[in-house]
Design a protein around this ligand. Structure first.
Ligand code: NAP
Length: 260
């Protein structure tokens, strides 16, 4: 079986940027998302840089059979992951009690269940190639998020799971990294119904910058990487502040965003 880097959610934003960074460093790729036309366009763009054209196929990872459909596609093409990049994810702004329950559960299916299944499903293959797993968490992993409660909780899971897996697999030559970006202007904000308050915009980094930071940290075997100095300072602050105050601050930030 030929080793590839599997990247989910590569049709836009951070996932597309990660695909370009991995390709530029000579990795062969398999790219997955629901929008096949976007994946084909990205594959053409990468092929135009004289790198091997990535394999692309569509999969809906909110579906229970999403991860096994990916495994079947890879195996039918004689491919297996040396590196798994679990990037696909989305958020929703609004109070948990009033947002659609189905949509919030679909978010858990994608951000948590599919990420877990793809991480565990390919552990043997990744270990064979002494590769690893790069999971995209978020700054949201470090605090509770009134106004995006399920999203923040899903990212806290990603961080916790990835750190524990990093430790469990440390003897097998597999490294697991959690990439924690702060705000990144992508399609994420539109889908989430978000408009960032000015303070959050100061922490913004481009998808390209975040992808490069994630790649470098992953290759260095880092357990967790918080993208950007501003975001690292923000996390240090969050660790010092009692949760009661933090919850009030996040809530005020949400009110400021909603007023825009
Ligand atoms: N942007 C930010 O401010 C920010 C900050 C911290 C963390 N993150 C995290 O970064 C990751 C990437 O987000 P982004 O900012 O790049 O957002 P984005 O531009 O909206 O990209 C999300 C990607 O996920 C894919 N996706 C969504 N639903 C899917 C499904 N059901 N099945 C398969 N793929 C699906 C989308 O592709 P299709 O629609 O084609 O399926 C798209 O490629 C997410 O995990 C997000 O939580 C983002």
């Amino acid at each position: 079986m030929k080793p590839i880097v599997l990247i989910t959610g590569a049709s836009s934003g951070i996932g597309a940027a990660l695909a370009k960074v991995f390709a530029a460093h000579g990795h062969e790729l398999a790219l997955v998302a629901r929008r096949g036309d976007r994946l084909e366009a990205l594959a053409d763009e990468i092929a135009a840089t004289e790198r091997p054209r990535p394999t692309v196929f569509t999969a809906d990872l909110e579906r229970r059979d999403g991860a096994s459909a990916i495994a079947a596609e890879l195996s039918s093409r004689g491919l297996e992951p040396a590196i798994v990049v679990n990037n696909a994810g989305f958020g929703l702004r609004g109070e948990a009690a009033t947002l659609s329950r189905d949509e919030q559960l679909a978010m858990i299916d994608l951000n948590v269940r599919a990420l877990t299944e793809l991480s565990l499903m390919f552990v043997d293959s990744v270990a064979r190639h002494r590769g690893g797993i790069l999971n995209v968490a978020s700054l949201a992993a470090f605090l509770p998020g009134p106004g995006m409660a399920v999203y923040y909780a899903s990212k806290a899971y990603v961080l916790s799971f990835s750190e524990a897996l990093h430790r469990e697999l440390s003897g097998s030559g597999v490294h697991v990294t959690a990439l924690c970006p702060g705000p990144v202007p992508t399609e994420f904000q539109t889908r989430a119904g978000l408009s960032l308050p000015a303070a959050a915009r100061m922490l913004e980094l481009s998808a390209e910058r975040v992808a490069q930071i994630g790649y470098d940290a992953f290759m260095a075997g880092q357990r967790v990487v918080i993208a950007g100095i501003g975001n690292r300072l923000a996390v240090s602050f969050m660790r010092l502040v009692p949760h009661a105050l933090l919850l009030r601050l996040v809530d005020q930030g949400r009110a400021a965003g909603a007023a825009k």
